[in-house]
Ligand binder design. Sequence first.
Ligand code: HEM
Length: 500
Amino acid sequence: MIQYIFRFIPASVSLVWVIVSVSVLLFLYFQLCVLNRREPPGPRPLPLLGNLFQVDLKRLDQSLFDLSKKYGPVFLVNFGPKKVVVLAGYRTVKQALVNQANEFGNREVTPIFYDFNKEHGILFANGDSWKEMRRFTLSTLKDFGMGKRISEQKIIEECCWLIEEFDKLQGKPFDNTHTISYAVSNVLSGLMFGKRFEYQDPLLQAIVNRDNETIYLTGTASILIYNMFPWLGPWLKNWKALMKNMETGKTDLNKIIAELKDTLDPDTCRCFVDVFLTQKQNLKENDDTHYHDDNLLYTVMNLFAAGTDTTATTIKWCLLFMAKYPHIQERVQEELNQVVGSRQVCVQDRKNLPFTDAVIHESQRLANIAPMAIPHTTSKDVTFQGYFIKKGTTVLPLLTSVLYDESEWETPLTFNPSHFLDKEGKFIKRDAFMPFSAGRRVCLGESLARMDIFLFFTSLLQHFSFTPPAGISEDELDLTPVVGFTLSPQPQGLCAVRRQ
Ligand code: HEM
């Protein structure tokens, strides 16, 4: 029948039909592509400024968490001219960082972090150099006992020094910020340089205090603005302070590295730096090697910067929660009395201390010290939950929205160790406990940090009770964080009162 009809239609008309049909098909195909390339939703941006007036730069993570309630788990905000995709909620963050680890696993190198690292080291590097430095660092630190018995002994030794230091204060109120950072830094120093410093050593104090200041300054509003408009740099006080910190930091670490170089014996490597230098010597002839002085310096700087403030801040939050909730502190101490008694606590004890373990996990959850992880970028064009995200787009995995996810936690905004306990009081792991992030860029020092926090916290609670200073009630202790690149407790005096 159709053949019969076509026999009577002139050839020119059939050609028109073909052209029209092909055009319609092409139109539908492109429409489909546009639909597939749908950008995530988000607040309408202003030209040049983007959504700067719709977010609170002083508490960006909270502000983005609020926006996620309106726009959903994948949304787009414009920081100045730059598009940023925000991932919110446990399911979405996990789906991106773990299930699509390669697509979401590159690091965003913002102008300030480019100034710091020039894309060397681990934290703010990508590609083959990052891969090699991350692999080498993980395996070398493991060889030196990271997360194993050898580092346990080193941490225990450091706990004794810290307890001695707290004892000197005889229960008077003090800001524990510096002392705890020195102790944590010494554990890293043992691994990196094979030595510990006295807490009064000006070099240790300079390195730690400078790092703390740097981490605070990098999270300030003026540096967020610098990242959008880098030409503003020389006019910004915080940027100038950061550049100065960076230069003096490099000089100090280069001095320590030079001493190790002068006394290097490749047959008996004492520490991470020795292993790196030996590797560098062995690969001398190879032009393409990643084992050069810049990678050594920036990797060491990265580990101190990423490892000291984060761990020390977490321990400080744990102690503040104990002072704020004395009935919980008493339960931890009772459990320690029953299981450990007066001997030195060790990692093996952890499995017999479910309540204490739950308190540590709950402190980390509520403290939420790295609220936006460290920004990622997409390594290729990707379609995610139906939205198109272009290669190279900045992605913020909003850890605040994971650690406070209402569909995962029974009471997300209150301190509640039961989040990590079953009905019989046994410790339970929770998938949405993600303070170290997840996937390809997951924290490299997680096992060391977990050991540090457990041993320092339990050793301190065996010897001391933490209380507010006289005249201040528990209710008056302030849990509002100081916002920098990490969230840390307000500097407020706590008393470390000796237990009998
Ligand atoms: C409580 C302590 C710590 C917390 C909460 C923490 C948290 C984090 C987070 C959230 C990230 C970003 C992950 C991402 O981009 O998705 C990270 C990365 C990193 N952390 Fe930690 N961290 C801690 C301790 C440490 C320690 C002790 C070290 C060093 C020994 C360390 C070394 C690093 C490094 C090198 C990276 C960058 C990894 C990469 O880009 O490949 N961290 N950490």
